[in-house]
Design a protein around this ligand. Structure first.
Ligand SMILES: [Zn+2]
Length: 180
């Protein structure tokens, strides 16, 4: 949006909210870990945006701006860490949908891990992120430890051995390459 004559154009930042033609005078960090990246909103929309964090619910525009300047406030979780991350993800998703419209180029989301992959990693006692080399190394260790021949051919060992092999097959399909 431009205001003023051609001789002295004044650049005015527009509200980032989809379809809003107000000036974006109020900034809001894009996320708790993105304190130097901002959305810019009009007063109504920055209130709406910030209200979603609960932390800012009911505050005046001045108070909101004051809190945002004290960036440390974003480092002080009011929920357990896991809830923070979940809530932040939900907030970003809803902001991108509702504030920016369907045409907004959403950042590429990390695809959620498939249940099978998660289980297979747990069987191999691996914690993501892992690469296929790590999967193979761990598989070799567990296969040796749980091989029925190493356990007097017990059926429990045989069952565990089978589960490990299934888990490895699952992970090879996800992480592996043809020449691996
Ligand atoms: Zn707006």
């Amino acid at each position: 949006m431009f205001l003023g004559g051609f001789d002295r154009p004044v650049r005015v930042r527009g509200c980032d909210c989809h379809g809003c033609d107000q000036a974006g005078d109020f900034r809001a960090p894009k996320g708790r870990t993105q304190l130097t990246e901002y959305y810019w909103f009009c007063l109504a929309h920055v209130r709406d945006y910030n209200a979603r964090w609960d932390y800012f619910a009911g505050l005046s525009a001045e108070a909101i701006e004051g809190h945002i300047r004290q960036a440390t406030v974003w480092e002080r979780p009011t929920w357990p860490l896991g809830d923070w991350q979940k809530r932040e993800q939900q907030l970003r998703d809803s902001v991108e949908r509702e504030f920016f419209g369907d045409g907004f180029a959403a950042r590429p989301a990390t695809p959620p891990m498939a249940a099978g992959e998660r289980e297979a990693l747990a069987v191999l006692e691996l914690v993501p992120p892992v690469d296929f080399a790590a999967v193979k190394a761990q598989y070799r260790i567990l296969v040796k430890r749980h091989h029925p021949d190493a356990n007097g051919g017990s059926s429990a060992a045989g069952e565990k051995f089978k589960i490990i092999n299934q888990a490895f097959a699952t992970l090879r399909a996800v992480y592996g390459t043809d020449d691996a």
